[in-house]
Design a protein around this ligand. Structure first.
Ligand code: NAD
Length: 296
């Protein structure tokens, strides 16, 4: 049994911390939200009064926070000054590559071991312990992180050096955003051209138009496997989070001079959808922007 300091017990972190507690670890939990803390206690964690207190005796520290500024502030102001030198720090939030590298370098400068370990998979995967972790850090730190992450996920993959986990995550999600837009506009066009949606799915899902967005996450209700489209686009992966990841990808591309016109187009479309009030819907609901049927 290890002592784990867990900071950020929201939609994702709540389920992840619960899984660590369920596997017998001593989880010292902190969140700014009292509701989140109460849920963590009900799931077997011990609530503490600050992030610094959560990490004071920790062998592992896991953070699952909204964005780069939260991660930087919590590590710089709370964790670095309080954590034992032998602890392993794991940031599982999805943040910009630059901040991930900077915080990792700051940890290294203090002699602390740190990996970035963002996840693929939504709230159901966090609750069910079936996340996929993409890990950036040294081989030695990855080897230490893997057994703990495996308690919260179905796959733990070493992406490369510090920051590579975040890079893999946002580049993967840039593909997802672009293919979802392409799949949605294709369905909208197919219908206007008089094709039956199920027939088009049967053809395209076995032809060269096939992608995960088509076959595993079909954006039309009643077509293909059950998806958020069958629940009026509730649940699943929010369009606002897809927009966040696309912004991170485009920002990272600008930082290294890479050309990502498809990623940029997807970002603009998700921004337009969010401006119309669609941010809380599943990201496949962008089909309603593209076929003109969206009503906020
Ligand atoms: P969330 O907003 O539900 O949870 C974040 C939690 O962090 C909140 O409970 C908030 O109170 C807490 N927090 C913020 N600042 C804090 C601080 N200084 N100290 C302590 N607690 C603080 O977000 P989420 O959906 O759990 O997502 C967390 C991360 O995981 C994000 O980076 C997100 O992009 C990523 N992610 C989310 C999903 C998803 O489907 N929700 C999927 C993959 C990755």
């Amino acid at each position: 049994m290890a002592t784990v300091g867990f900071i950020g017990l929201g939609n994702m972190g709540g389920g992840m911390a619960a899984n660590l507690a369920k596997k017998g670890h001593d989880v010292r939990a902190f969140d700014l939200s009292k509701d989140a803390l109460d849920r963590a206690v009900a799931a077997g964690c011990l609530a503490v009064g600050s992030a610094a207190e959560a990490v004071a005796d920790a062998e592992f520290v896991v953070t699952m926070l909204p964005a780069g500024q939260h991660v930087r502030a919590v590590y710089e102001n709370e964790i670095f000054g309080a954590v034992p030198a032998a602890a392993l720090l794991l940031d599982c939030s999805t943040i910009d590559v630059g901040t991930a590298k900077a915080v990792g370098a700051a940890a290294a400068a203090k002699g602390l071991a740190m990996v970035d370990a963002p996840v693929s998979g939504g709230i159901a995967a966090a609750n069910g312990g079936t996340l996929t972790f993409m890990v950036g850090g040294s081989a030695e730190h990855f080897a230490r992180a893997e057994p703990l992450l495996a308690l919260m996920g179905k796959a733990v993959i070493h992406a490369g050096a510090n920051g590579s986990g975040q890079a893999a995550k946002i580049v993967n999600n840039m593909i997802l955003g672009a293919t979802m837009v392409a799949t949605c506009e294709a369905f909208a066009l197919a219908q206007k051209l008089g094709l039956d949606p199920q027939t088009f799915f049967d053809i395209s899902s076995k032809a060269s138009g096939q992608s995960w967005s088509m076959t595993s996450y079909c954006p039309l209700p009643g077509v293909g496997p059950e998806t958020p489209a069958d629940r009026d686009y509730e649940g699943g992966f929010a369009a606002g989070l897809m927009l966040k990841d696309l912004k991170l990808a485009v920002e990272a591309a600008q930082g290294v001079g890479a050309s990502v016109p498809m990623g940029g187009a997807a970002e603009h479309l998700y921004q337009a959808f969010a401006n119309l009030g669609g941010a809380g819907k599943d990201f496949s609901a962008i089909i309603k922007l593209l076929d003109g049927s969206f009503k906020a």
